[in-house]
Write a protein that binds this ligand. Sequence first.
Ligand SMILES: [Zn+2]
Ligand SMILES: [Zn+2]
Length: 331
Amino acid sequence: MPELRQNLATKEWVIVSRERAKRPEQFKTEKVKKELPSYTETCPFCPGNENKTPYETYVLKRNEEWKVRVVPNKFAALSSGGSLERRIEGLTRWMSGVGIHEVIIESPLHNVSIATLPQGDVGDVISVYKNRYLTASNDPRVKLVTIFRNHGESAGTSLEHPHSQLIATPVVPSHIRYRIEEAMRYYDDHGECVFCSMLSNELKVKERIILETVSFVSFVPYAALSPFHTWILPKRHIASFAEISDVEVEDLALNLKTTLAKFFYGLSNPDYNYVVRSLPIQERECEYYHWYISIVPRLTETAGFELGSGMFINISVPEENARFFREVKVE
Ligand SMILES: [Zn+2]
Ligand SMILES: [Zn+2]
């Protein structure tokens, strides 16, 4: 019989369909990805083409060469200029579309990704995430900062060159607000952060753990919404990503890179999205929320049922996914 599982923190239910479940190795991407060159003349993010992007908002250099560049998105979803205005007219609510939309170019090389970059370079990318997160958080118009990475066409990327994005919005969307309220409710009932509870349980039962490093744990959540859906949580209770320490940045680089290398080698470089879920810096003292990274590989299609019910059907078993990843050797 299929089973329903609920994620303690997000309250989302998922149908884990054991009968329809595929074995982990059946999720290997069959689509052959073309070999990319390390430099492409027409790529706006490759060195030498810096004038094809708008001004830099931040740049990290080593030995006079840039390692990570941050530029405004040329087709920004929100405008960085202008003031925040709200209007309520009858039944309509309106706000000016202000916010921040940046592109974080992760490397001068065209053909690398987080899974294949050296750990030190991944650390550079994460420290730039932190810098941009802090800067965006301190903009008084901003209520939520989202850092995300789209890898591959089915994850929605239009440019091959390795990059992440940051979007800072002037509102907190309702589903995020709901999660925050649920986390608050759990804290009221149990006197502990729901994510800390979840993490200590995962470390106790061990069967869904992918990788434990000094400060971070990557695991397939008990109620993973889709095959190989993965969370990376800091062991230290921190509500805001902006509070990550330098030592933790290095350890996250190791954990994130190794976890993504397991996707890369174990599932033949599938398309994926990851998102950093965090409260803004102003909420850093918050005892009930805990920042984390959610990785969602694009291995299955979502359709009408998911759209209609908001509920997912996972055609794999989280414990089997984690065991498979634990056994994947990364180079
Ligand atoms: Zn490029
Ligand atoms: Zn916590």
